[in-house]
Design a protein around this ligand. Structure first.
Ligand code: SF4
Length: 350
């Protein structure tokens, strides 16, 4: 059962004062326009501020407003997202920009309720935009805020459960309802990112220290409680690098627009059980033409790990329906995921 909101007046005041004193100078904070805050919040999902700043600047230079984003081809958006991963976020941004421009007359929705139906905007992003840009009293709850809340309130239950998240949402809403919702929300995000960090919270620098239950009871190391994740599966693939007789190009194909890494380009691939099972497949694909397996490229996605062995196939035209020859010098212009970018960089730069 969700407890009724506590009196959080003091916590609200403390957080806002602290935030004004320590907040980082970030590009979307100087002038928190909804477009800028939206892009920053979507980029910050799964990515730390210091890692995303360069991507943010590059994206803003290319697409400075919702009109320019809506008018761009999706390939251009994906190319400017390259390196951030989770490419469905970029495709959703693009679709939502088009919706805002073509269906809403270019006017950004201003409330939590009208932001929430937009593609790619969940409760967290809707609360962030509506509170920071329009002063709506709605609390943000993401991984950082869950960590702060679990420790501060001493929540020992599994924080991945919906009822526990709802309990934290009640606390965050009460805090936002105490005034300055945009600042108090950003204070919580900032606190989770810089002070109440996952491994070693710096409680001596924390404005919530006096009332924090985890600190008082020496529980910061075991809160928030999350059940252990199941082991992620491992896949093995061959990346088939087909070169024409005269060299200079390589065969590339584009993934379907929807789904995992949708819309990105790749070398043709073949799944194999293990590296040792590759020989039979390759002998069928290009008998006598295989010039050996290149060093493996390994990568961990959120839901599986992968080892990809690039294979060089010279003078072979692939028996594939989709795809085209791409000059090796032009590989930099295509949007590729991390694994295929690393292979392309080896081809381009040795
Ligand atoms: S006192 Fe420590 S554990 Fe508690 S909220 Fe602050 S940083 Fe986190």
């Amino acid at each position: 059962m969700i407890a009724p909101p506590r009196d959080v007046t003091e916590e609200n005041r403390t957080l806002v004062t602290w935030y004004h004193r320590v907040k980082r100078d970030l590009p979307w904070r100087a002038e928190p326009l909804p477009y800028r805050v939206w892009i920053s919040e979507i980029m910050l999902q799964q990515t730390r501020v210091d890692q995303m700043l360069g991507y943010y600047e590059r994206f803003m230079n290319r697409f400075p407003d919702v009109v320019s984003l809506a008018a761009a081809p999706v390939d251009d958006v994906l190319k400017n997202w390259e390196g951030l991963g989770y490419y469905s976020r970029a495709r959703n941004l693009h679709q939502t920009a088009k919706h805002i421009v073509h269906q809403l007359g270019g006017r950004f929705p201003e409330t939590y309720a009208t932001l929430l139906p937009l593609k790619g905007i969940g409760p967290y992003t809707a609360a962030a935009i509506s509170s920071i840009c329009f002063g709506e009293q709605k609390g943000v709850v993401d991984g950082n805020v869950i960590r702060v809340a679990a420790r501060f309130l001493g929540i020992e239950k599994d924080v991945t459960k919906p009822d526990v998240k709802a309990e934290i949402q009640v606390w965050a809403d009460a805090l936002a309802g105490g005034g300055n919702p945009g600042d108090v929300n950003q204070a919580l995000m900032e606190l989770g990112a810089t002070v109440c960090t996952p491994r070693e919270p710096v409680c001596d620098r924390c404005p919530l220290k006096p009332g924090c239950i985890a600190r008082r009871n020496n529980m910061t190391g075991r809160l928030p409680f999350k059940p252990k994740k199941a082991k992620v599966p491992h896949k093995t693939e061959l990346a088939l690098l087909y070169f024409p007789k005269d060299g200079g190009s390589v065969w590339m194909e584009q993934r379907p627009p929807e789904g995992f890494l949708g819309g990105l380009w790749k070398f043709p691939t073949a799944a194999v059980e293990t590296r040792d099972a590759a020989g039979t497949i390759l002998e069928k694909l290009a008998p006598g033409r295989l010039s050996g397996l290149e060093p493996v490229v390994k990568h961990a996605y959120s839901h599986f790990k992968i080892s990809v062995y690039p294979v060089l196939l010279h003078g072979v035209t692939p028996a594939l329906e989709a795809g085209c020859w791409v000059p090796i010098a032009d590989l930099d212009t295509l949007a590729l995921d991390k694994v295929h970018r690393r292979i392309a960089d080896r081809l381009r730069h040795g």
